[in-house]
Structure formats: structure tokens, C-alpha cells
Ligand binder design. Structure first.
Ligand SMILES: [Zn+2]
Length: 245
């Protein structure tokens, strides 16, 4: 009994010391909010409470008729599409995505994946997905940035939604700007040529979900879906961190 009590006391002390230590570290090196840059409190993570509350979330009830399915209408046949956040020039989402893509704040990717995953599980339309596929980035871009900004988001989604993560289905290579001008082809066509299918595996009867950071015109997603549509008898859906409003 006394031993049990001592152990509980030790754990409490350990927790207390940890909180004290974290408090001290926070005081010396304050963590800042990835959107508004104000100092975070000990219990806040990446976003301050105000930004987490104020950041514009999509919260769509319908995954078959929304801003993304509208934007891709006639170009891609999607089973479902959903985005977590609305993106506008200068808004909180833009600041957050900017930190993720250009300021080495890789942890934002997983943060958004866990958030979006939990959010999806609450939706009435939600059914099981089979495979989560991140939009690949070109090897040179990956070297510059050090990571694919979509990867941890996709992995977190696969973890929360309990399905496979697979980054061996799509491949991205590079088309130089000179070639673009030389061939006088449209931007959409250029992006289309950037992606290739790199699998011989059968995904017969599977629900594949492409995952991207931001949908603006939808050209990148469309290019990926053109490749994924070559797989026989698959259902295709799209999840993104954000969509340009
Ligand atoms: Zn904030």
C-alpha cells in the first residue's frame, strides 16, 4: 500500500518536474503560433486557441457536391472530396500553409492530418477508405525543402482512418519551363505530363484517396487522377488540407 502510494507520489513529482521544465523551456524559448505568431501557452500546440477557433474550416456536410467537386466537375469523376480549411490571401490558413511549405515547419503536416482525420470520422457520408496516396513532389523540390509537405498529413490520415498509406503508386518528374514554351502547351497539359503511374499492382475494387495540400485550379489533382484512372475498377476520392475560396 505504502509502495503504491510512493509510486503515485513519484509519478506526480515526475509530472510536476516535467511541467516545470517545459514551463522553463517555454519561458526561455517561447513557441509561437504558426498562424499569428503570438507566444503559445504550455498546453497549446502549433496554433493558439484563438487561431484554432478562428481559422476558417470547411465543415462540409456533402462530400459529393461542394467547392472541390464543383471545381473538378467534368474533369475527374470523384466519389468524395473534402477539405479541412478555406484558403484566402492573407488569412490564417495561408499563413499556416506558408510556414509548412517555406519555413521548415514540417510538424504542421501531421497536425492537420490528425485534425482532418478526426473530423472525417464524424461525417455521415464517411465510409472506409483503402489506400491513401500523397501527391508526390519532384525530387529536386524535395531536396530543397527536405520533405514532402503532404507526407505526414497523409500518414496521419491513414493512421486515424485505419487504412494503407502508399507513396509508391504515383511518380513525379520534371518538365522545364523552356520545354513549356518550346512546345506551346497549356499549364494543365504540362502538369499532366509531370505524373506517371509507377505500379503494376492491382487495386481491384479498392477506394483510393489522393491527398494534397491545397486545391486552387485543381490542375495538379486532375493530373494525378488522370494517372490513377488507368487503374482498373477503383473508386477515387480527394482530401486536402485546404481549398482556395
Ligand atoms: Zn494564433
Amino acid at each position: 500500500m505504502i509502495q503504491k502510494h510512493n509510486n503515485a507520489l513519484k509519478t506526480t513529482l515526475k509530472d510536476f518536474n516535467f511541467m516545470l521544465f517545459k514551463g522553463l523551456i517555454d519561458l526561455l524559448f517561447p513557441q509561437i503560433c504558426m498562424s499569428c505568431e503570438s507566444a503559445l501557452h504550455t498546453r497549446e500546440d502549433l496554433l493558439c486557441t484563438k487561431c484554432r477557433f478562428d481559422i476558417p474550416t470547411c465543415d462540409w456536410k456533402d462530400a459529393q457536391d461542394n467547392l472541390i467537386t464543383d471545381r473538378l466537375k467534368g474533369r475527374v469523376h470523384l466519389a468524395y472530396a473534402d477539405a479541412l480549411l478555406y484558403f484566402e490571401k492573407g488569412n490564417k490558413t495561408q499563413k499556416l500553409i506558408h510556414q509548412l511549405k517555406y519555413k521548415q515547419q514540417k510538424q504542421i503536416s501531421r497536425y492537420l492530418g490528425l485534425w482532418h482525420g478526426e473530423n472525417l470520422k464524424q461525417k455521415a457520408w464517411f465510409q472506409n477508405f483503402d489506400v491513401i496516396i500523397p501527391v508526390p513532389i519532384h525530387a529536386r523540390r524535395r531536396r530543397q525543402r527536405g520533405y514532402n509537405q503532404v507526407e505526414d498529413y497523409a500518414k496521419a490520415l491513414s493512421q486515424v482512418l485505419n487504412c494503407e498509406y502508399n507513396d509508391n503508386i504515383l511518380y513525379r518528374h520534371h518538365y522545364s519551363r523552356t520545354q513549356v514554351f518550346k512546345n506551346r502547351i497549356s499549364r494543365t497539359e504540362v502538369i499532366e505530363h509531370n505524373f506517371k503511374l509507377k505500379t503494376n499492382q492491382s487495386f481491384d475494387g479498392k477506394h483510393l484517396v489522393l491527398v494534397d495540400d491545397l486545391i486552387t485550379t485543381g490542375a495538379t489533382a486532375e493530373a494525378c487522377f488522370i494517372q490513377l484512372s488507368k487503374l482498373k475498377n477503383v473508386k477515387l476520392s480527394l482530401l486536402t488540407m485546404a481549398v482556395a475560396a
